[in-house]
Design a protein around this ligand. Structure first.
Ligand SMILES: Nc1nc2c(c(=O)[nH]1)N[C@H]1C(S)=C(S)[C@@H](COP(=O)(O)O)O[C@H]1N2
Ligand SMILES: [Mo]
Length: 491
């Protein structure tokens, strides 16, 4: 009796793999318990930095779809492998039931090992076992000849199982921590949100964020496709390394410390010059300095590595960390999972990557070390570049044109925004929103002009130290985009 896989074995094995993944998805949704999630985390971790850097520069935003697709393929392949081994075992021993059982156990074990969730593993394993059973049944005559009825009945059975998975998965899943909780906002936060509304310019464009971005429109940058899920009660953070005292802080202890509400703008070093990965929220938290003082750092480099639940790590100077704060609320709501629930760091004026989400450790160092992005070629742990974005232009009722956007220079602040409508020959001051309190927050600008034919509109900001945004253009990689944003506007 031959035991090499036939074409129908392979077909059934692949169907088993796809259905296993589909059923586990139906059970968990697109969450960390989905069988593809841990595989994706492994793929991301295993991809060499040079490849990641190349992808960021040459593929850009869509690069993450490649590792997600690869992870789906691996998940399907693993479950298909389990089914195939079952099919071959059944034939080899001439015991169909042993083959089916073997396929199921292998699929269950693999999924359970990956997801550490025995129920998700059942959702993935049952269709795998079922398809190897169908495969074995259809081949007893040693040729691929299932009856039409057989195929329909088994197909319907598998679909029904995926449906059941979905229903049962909803029943046993816990809600995402921090999401859609809709807590009543404190008066302090309400007042800051109102102030942001009042200070915002009255722009005609309705495509422009206000001075505070809503939680849903706030940009998102994650190294992992599947965000960690950390209930506040399970959270704690340690301060370790070259310190006099190791310190551990729980969520209850943290939120018992003196509370502050701050407007803070974040901007990703990886965004295009006129990109949209720049947003502002009102954050609630507590200053980090007292916690550091308690630990009493004495390392030689004056630097610290911050580490997070998703395997992310970033190193920067203690000086910068001392002005930072630990936030657990965003716009008056518990930090959403995608923004680091339950606790993230906010470092004034530094690139987005220093603002560690799902923080769980601050390790004081003796020697400088590269962080996650620095290992991949970026230089994004320092202060942000100055930028004035030209995010929208709108024709007003009186026929004139309005151009508008946001400008940000970290802790240097924005002093002025200048606009040219003739490609940079002549410049005029834009109208600016009143500065919001705080030392790390953007401003809105707006400029209205009489359109005569085609215009090349250019904008540039002058920061609070009087320095003008440099004109020289560079790409985002490795230290943030530079240059003046310009847009050609034709009638
Ligand atoms: N743990 C963790 N923290 C992280 C990241 C991450 O992938 N994991 N991304 C960083 C980057 S590159 C940026 S720009 C900001 C984005 O924060 P946001 O997603 O809340 O906008 O978070 C930073 N903190
Ligand atoms: Mo970033």
């Amino acid at each position: 009796m031959h035991t090499s896989p036939s074409r129908s074995d392979v077909v059934f094995a692949i169907l088993a793999g796809i259905t296993g993944v589909a059923s586990s998805f139906a059970f968990t949704g697109y969450t960390r318990r989905f069988v593809v999630a841990p595989i994706d985390a492994l793929v991301v971790r295993a991809t060499p930095g040079a490849i990641v850097a190349w992808m960021i520069q040459n593929v850009g935003e869509e690069a993450h779809l490649l590792h997600v697709a690869l992870s789906f393929a691996i998940a399907i392949g693993l479950l298909a492998g389990a089914a195939l081994i079952g099919l071959l075992t059944a034939r080899w021993l001439d015991r169909p039931i042993v083959g089916v059982g073997f396929a199921g156990v292998l699929a269950w074990g693999t999924t359970a090992a990956l997801t550490t969730d025995p129920l998700v593993a059942v959702a993935a394993a049952v269709p795998v076992a079922a398809f190897s059973g169908i495969g074995i049944g259809s081949r007893t005559a040693d040729r691929f000849d299932p009856s039409r009825r057989q195929v329909l009945v088994s197909g319907a059975g598998v679909l029904a199982f995926v449906g059941l998975s979905a229903v049962f998965g909803r029943l046993v899943s816990e809600p995402d921590p921090g999401y859609g909780t809709n807590v009543e906002r404190s008066d302090a936060v309400e007042q800051l949100l109102r102030q942001a509304d009042e200070y915002a310019l009255d722009v005609a464009s309705d495509d422009l964020p206000g001075l505070v971005s809503s939680i849903d429109e706030f940009y998102n940058v994650d190294i992992a496709e599947f965000d960690p899920r950390v209930p506040a009660d399970d959270w704690s953070m340690t301060v370790t390394g070259t310190v006099e005292n190791d310190v551990t802080v729980t969520f209850a202890e943290l939120t018992d410390m003196p509370i502050e509400h701050r407007y803070v703008t974040l901007r990703c070093v990886g965004e295009d010059l006129n990109g949209r990965k720049m947003d502002t929220a009102v954050w609630t938290g507590t200053p980090i300095e007292p916690i550091l003082d308690e630990a009493d750092p004495d390392g030689a480099c004056g630097c610290a590595m911050l580490r997070a639940e998703d395997g992310y790590f970033v190193q920067f100077p203690i000086d910068a960390l001392e002005d930072a704060f630990l936030a657990w609320e965003m716009n008056g709501q518990p930090l959403p999972r995608s923004h680091g629930h339950p606790v993230r760091v906010l470092v004034p004026g530094h690139w987005g990557e220093t603002n560690v989400k799902w923080l769980d450790e601050i390790e004081l160092l003796d020697e400088e070390m590269d962080g996650y992005w620095e290992q991949r070629g970026w230089h994004g742990t320092g202060p942000v570049n100055t930028v004035a974005k030209l995010w929208d232009h709108v024709r007003l009722d009186d026929g004139r044109l309005e151009v508008a956007g946001h400008a940000y220079a970290g802790t240097r602040g924005i002093d002025r925004v200048e606009v040219s409508t003739d490609g940079g020959d002549t410049w005029a001051d834009a109208e600016l929103s009143q500065p919001l309190p705080g030392d790390d927050v953007w401003r809105q600008w707006r400029y209205v002009f009489e359109q005569e034919g085609k215009h090349e509109v250019v904008v540039r900001a002058i920061d609070g130290t009087g320095a003008r945004q440099p004109e020289d253009r560079s790409k985002a990689f490795p230290s943030g985009a530079t240059g003046w944003v310009s847009k050609t506007i034709a009638p």
